[in-house]
Ligand binder design. Sequence first.
Ligand code: GLO
Ligand code: MG
Length: 347
Amino acid sequence: MTPSTEYRFSFGPWNICEGKDPFGPATRAPYDHEAKFALYRPLGFEGVQLHDDDVVPDLDQLSGPQILAKATQVGTMLGNQGLVPEFVAPRLWFSPETIDGGYTSNSAADRRYALDRTLRTADIARAVGSKAIVLWLAREGTSLRESKNAVTAYQRILDAINAILDHDKEIEIWIEPKPNEPCDHAYVPTIGHAVSLAYASKDPVRVKGLIETAHALLAGLDPSDEMAFAIAHGKLASVHLNDQNGLKYDQDKNFGAANLRGAFNQVRVLEENHYGSRGEFVGLDVKAMRTQAGNPVTAHLASSREIFLHLVEKVRSLDLKEQQQYIDARDYEGLELFTIRHLLGIH
Ligand code: GLO
Ligand code: MG
């Protein structure tokens, strides 16, 4: 395989996990959080995706200056290892205050907590050396629709976005849509919803999207088309490539593991539109199998990256002239066989 020098890859420390799931405990010993950063470069990754408390543990217990000092220190530590902090995301789904959501909680005090925590995340992002925060709106939704007013909820999400844009005049907000889990129904289920919020905000240029393959599939949509939609609006800031076997819990399988042709089409859209040329990272949000022995486990990250690069080669070696002939003749049966043969390496 020819290693690509064009794409830069990223993942978050949560992708090296211990195997816990809702039905059973961890199957591997915890791996020291800070030690994970040393694994990045040898695995071929340069970008680090972070939650606010990955950067500053127990931040709710710390003062503003203490938070900034710790974030600055982590930024220096990452820089010394040749790593780039891609974004920082407020973990708005863990604390007692976010039990009923963050910005859309029915409790005014809890909504205040969610916004304050997000503003601190923006400060952490800047101190660690990142220009963006990611909003994965985990609990912004309901388990029973009657419990919240959806119109009010969408207004509250927009108010929060505007407050963040006001707080820091340069920070970017990247919304990561997901239709369900942990909520039954979430309020920003697709990139279309995220892009609408961007345009409705007071600074649309600074509000973009992060598309995760599995989340698009859970919404019953084609991830490559979702990516294309964001690209058409200049709003694809990052991706969480992975895979998903049908409409069930969020699986975070290895990229291409469930639907190789779907993965090929995602890479095709990214490659054709020069994704990465404006500094975007190829992020992988993949989960290690619970059965996997060893500590730390990293094979899922290395494999997903390798599969991506193989698919880049498949896109680059596609005979575009022949492909166009099928399109011009409207011979889509021919186009289908041509595509599958290419993926199988049959010429
Ligand atoms: C969960 C999400 C989650 C986010 C991460 C960054 O379904 O994919 O992993 O990507 O918390 O915000
Ligand atoms: Mg994700």
